[in-house]
Design a protein around this ligand. Structure first.
Ligand code: XUL
Length: 557
């Protein structure tokens, strides 16, 4: 079979993330032709966001982003490509990636606004009255603990909900967020005709009508039956009345959402036949962008949130981690862990302890010994998801590290570490937690290999630490922004499935190209030393004992 793409065609992938809107364009050989970015804080300063979000100053865990900021960013990004003289007419298909869980509330009557966008005016000017609330609750929000417990109770418990939907109730998941709006802002709920995720919201702008929710991103809502890939009646009823009608249909990630709207054809000269393929969540798109399809491979994405994910055939949803349909292979799943304290927390330690410089941070990491002289740190600048702990820093030292066996040493709590140890403690702490929770949630251990992506994947000192702690070879990709790359790749995949009138495995598209294009992995660090690995295993167990105690004492469950 010939699965090649037409020679002159281009494929556009967006990533609407917490802090920016990015885009990557691939040519027919799947090589990157162009990329662009709009930073929300600096390029759209009138929304007054910090890191792309508004944090409620009362400390109640409420975190939102202005919906219109994403609308305005879309025009701005496309205008950047106009300045680069991109030939929009060559784009055969568009897809995208959105921060997961975050929701948008379309006001009654907005469908008509979407269907009649005037190409002479900016989107933001036409959609300023399209939303029943202008604030989108986002994945960083932790204000819905009450609603999580209510939903879990109504479906028979946390484990039951997890087995049904792929995850227990989590504060950031869309179901609990919708329930909170229904309870606290009933007018907003009743005034809403459609609820979108960021992914289906951006796809809706592009097709000029409401796009379906993609099944993969839909599993981040605590509302979808993960095995049957349909809305679960019992979860819907536990969340809010009349919800199914506001959610619309579910569709697989490789489906066509629609043709690009006339607004984009007239304003930017897209071709009329340009397909918009269903958008999906950022982690699922990264899975596609990393071409992760081998059991035993693990991906670590080091971004605003840190995530760990892999492919699974028959996962068993539990109280930890999440199970999602695989966005590029309807026969299997992806499993995932998510941390809220990722790059912003590493940056905070860099600013306070390493003269605001990654060079100094890396020097500190390299000059301190593995196991950090028995120092263990827990750094939560934001309310953490995994484990569910509130904002706070906790530091411990295992006594007499050089003499005793790690399993028996006592620990004592301290107020602070010296600056170099603080740097090692945050990196070792984050990685030990990832390894421990990956093992607990049934991910392969040790992994066959780890592929690292996200901003911090270019940091060699961090990659060395990953190799020592996980005990396997670590690879990186040539482009750290795997989500928009994955979206562009999915745009091509969706286009191909549409041409063939059936599902085509995504690997058919890149089999012979992978090493020549931006999709290839490069080995960064070979597997580490086995004696050190076994010490890290004991160190990890001690860390988990302390973590379990912290959760018992301070946890939000
Ligand atoms: C995934 C999650 C985060 C966001 C970040 O469950 O909450 O990784 O997707 O954009």
């Amino acid at each position: 079979m010939d699965y090649s793409l037409p020679d002159d065609s281009l494929f556009l992938g967006f990533d609407c993330s917490t802090q920016s809107l990015k885009a990557t364009i691939l040519d027919a050989n799947l090589s990157i032709l162009a990329s662009e970015i709009v930073h929300f804080d600096s390029e759209l300063p009138h929304y007054k966001t910090k890191d792309g979000v508004h944090r409620d100053p009362s400390g109640n865990g409420r975190i939102v982003s202005p919906t219109l900021m994403w609308v305005e960013a879309l025009d701005l990004l496309l205008e950047k490509f106009v300045k680069e003289k991109l030939d929009f007419g060559r784009i055969a298909a568009v897809s995208g990636s959105g921060q997961q869980h975050s929701s948008v509330y379309w006001k009654k009557g907005s469908c008509n606004m979407l269907a009649s966008l005037d190409p002479e005016k900016h989107l933001v000017a036409q959609l300023s009255d399209a939303f029943s609330t202008k604030e989108s609750p986002i994945w960083m929000d932790s204000s819905t603990t009450v609603q999580c417990r209510e939903i879990e109770r109504a479906v028979g418990g946390a484990l039951e909900l997890s087995q049904l939907t792929g995850s227990r109730a989590h504060e950031r998941f869309t179901g609990p967020q919708i329930r909170k709006i229904y309870e606290m802002q009933p007018d907003v709920y009743h005034d809403t005709e459609r609820i979108s995720l960021v992914s289906s919201f951006m796809a809706s702008l592009l097709i000029g009508g409401y796009a379906s929710l993609d099944e993969t991103d839909g599993s981040g809502m605590n509302l979808m039956d993960i095995k049957r890939r349909v809305w679960s009646k019992i979860a819907l009823e536990a969340t809010a009345p009349g919800l199914e009608g506001k959610l619309g249909k579910l569709a697989p990630a490789h489906d066509v959402a629609g043709l690009i709207a006339p607004y984009f054809v007239k304003r930017f000269h897209f071709r009329k036949s340009c397909l918009v393929i269903q958008w999906s969540g950022d982690n699922p798109n990264s899975l596609a962008g990393l071409t992760l399809n081998t059991l035993g491979d693990l991906a670590i994405s080091l971004g605003t949130s840190d995530t760990v994910f892999g492919v699974a055939i028959e996962p068993q949803p539990s109280l930890e981690g999440h199970v999602l349909p695989n966005p590029v292979d309807p026969t299997c799943y992806m499993v995932m862990l998510v941390y809220k304290n990722g790059s912003l927390t590493r940056e905070d330690i860099r600013n306070r302890c390493a003269e605001k410089s990654w060079d100094v941070f890396n020097k500190f990491l390299e000059k301190t010994p593995p196991l950090n002289g028995g120092k263990l740190g827990f750094y939560y600048k934001e309310n953490e998801i995994l484990p569910p702990l509130p904002i706070g820093f906790h530091r411990y030292i295992l006594d007499n590290l050089t003499n005793g066996s790690l399993d028996e040493l006592r620990e004592h709590e301290v107020e602070e570490f010296d600056a170099p140890s603080e740097v090692r403690a945050i990196i070792e702490g984050q990685l030990l937690s990832m390894r421990a929770h990956a093992e607990r949630s049934g991910m392969p251990t040790p992994p066959k290999r780890i592929i690292v992506t996200g901003g911090a994947s270019t940091n060699k000192s961090i990659l060395n630490a990953i190799t020592s702690i996980f005990g396997c070879a670590v690879y990186t990709v040539q482009r750290p922004d795997s989500a928009s790359l994955g979206a562009a790749l999915r745009a091509a995949h969706g286009w191909l499935c549409n041409r063939e009138h059936c599902f085509v495995p995504i690997s058919c598209m890149y089999e012979d190209k992978i090493e020549k294009t931006s999709l290839g992995c490069k080995l960064s660090v070979p597997a580490g030393d086995t004696e050190l690995l076994s010490k890290y295993t004991s160190f990890m167990k001690r860390r988990m004992e302390i973590e379990d105690r912290l959760v018992w004492k301070l946890g939000r469950r």
